[in-house]
Design a protein around this ligand. Structure first.
Ligand code: UFG
Length: 351
């Protein structure tokens, strides 16, 4: 049975808490009064995020945050953390996330993403903590037969090892609940998280050439790259470019806090889509970002990218009805905040 304590008495362990979605969720948790423990090996995140979190939440809330630099595949490190901290629930973000890289390095992706999850849940079980929220992805829906996607829409074969790890970890966590009904599992399927903290102090900071559309567009806007490469303009969509359900990272963070509050005292496994319910094309994104940064961003049309689906967007009714959560920010807000972050931190956290 998961805990039903008040936020100030609840300790949440956040794996990958220094990453893009993790750091924004940590801010939301601290602002709601939770005790937060970040576990992150900083392999794809900057330690500077921790200072930015402190700056945003202020000294009083920052006292409720602790940080361990550790790899979630390191069982000994996890045992030390669970011994030291009274963890009530875990939000598990940590994992490798580059789709293209996962095709080149399947062993690393399967071993890291699945291995770390198994290590984590085994450590949790041993320490009597059986509440977990997992970062899943709309990628588990594959190429949809019908839109919008509800939580009942079928899971489809993934098109890359990264997608399979999300797919399989969902099944692993479901199996836990079948074997031991004390487990309390929430699978959150994110659509396309973008945007940044409205303060401009935190945002997405990918290493190397961004794989995802928004960080690439933001780097074109700030002059780090010449033009946006649009992957395909011959899809069966209104303007021929791919359509996605982009969601502000602040809304996503709030979705985690809503799920955490909802799951308290429950057992079982529940899945929620976190999206806005609205599809936006690549060209619409370029237009919205151009408006946000005040200049027409150049783009070139390229062939389709292997593995991309034509369109997806979420049906968000379940999260609205059960979690009382709904996205608040629109595309203009997302581009404004992303531009605010990128223009103040042209080289990310190291800039
Ligand atoms: N795109 C471009 N140019 C780019 C990058 C992307 O035109 O430089 C297009 C893509 O073809 C697609 C859209 O922009 O139509 C969005 O692409 P992203 O790479 O930003 O996002 P994806 O929808 O491919 O993938 C995202 C996450 C994955 C997750 C998936 C779930 O990155 O982790 O959503 O649907 F699995």
């Amino acid at each position: 049975m998961s805990n039903t304590k008040a936020p100030q008495d609840t300790c949440v362990l956040v794996t990958g808490g220094a990453g893009f979605i993790g750091s924004h969720t940590v801010v939301c948790l601290l602002e709601q009064g939770y005790q937060v423990v970040i576990v992150d090996d900083l392999s794809n995140a900057s330690e500077k995020v921790l200072d930015r979190i402190d700056q945003i939440v202020g000294p009083e809330a920052a006292e409720r945050l602790s940080f361990y630099r550790a790899d979630v595949t390191d069982r000994e490190a996890l045992d030390c953390i669970f011994d030291a901290e009274p963890v009530d629930a875990v939000i598990h973000f940590a994992g490798f996330k580059a789709v293209g890289e996962s095709v080149q390095k399947p062993i690393e992706y399967y071993s890291n993403n699945i291995g770390s999850t198994l290590t984590l849940v085994d450590a949790m079980r041993e320490h009597g903590c059986k509440s977990i929220i997992f970062s899943s992805s709309a990628t588990v829906y594959g190429d949809p037969d019908a839109l919008p996607l509800t939580e009942e829409s079928p899971k489809k074969p993934a098109t890359n090892p990264y997608g399979w790890t999300k797919w399989m970890i969902e099944e692993i966590l479901r199996s836990l609940v079948v074997a031991d009904p004390e487990w309390d599992v929430v699978l959150l399927r994110y659509f396309n998280p973008i945007g940044a903290h409205p303060s401009g102090l935190m945002g997405e900071d990918p290493k190397g050439i961004p794989n995802n559309l928004l960080p690439y567009v933001a780097q074109v806007a700030v002059g780090r790259r010449d033009a946006v490469h649009v992957f395909g303009d011959d899809y069966d969509t209104p303007d021929g470019t791919g359509v996605r359900d982009y969601i502000h990272v602040m809304d996503l963070a709030a979705g985690h806090v809503a799920a955490l509050a909802w799951m308290a005292g429950k057992t079982g496994c529940e899945v929620f889509n976190l999206g806005t319910g609205t599809g936006t094309s690549v060209l619409e994104i370029i237009k919205a970002f151009s408006a946000a940064c005040g200049r027409e961003l150049p783009y070139v049309i390229e062939p389709r990218r292997a593995g991309d689906v034509t369109a997806n967007w979420a049906d968000c009714a379940k999260a609205r009805e059960m979690l009382g959560w709904e996205a608040q920010y629109d595309i203009a807000d997302m581009c404004r905040d992303s531009w605010n972050w990128q223009s103040h931190n042209p080289n990310g956290y190291e800039g």
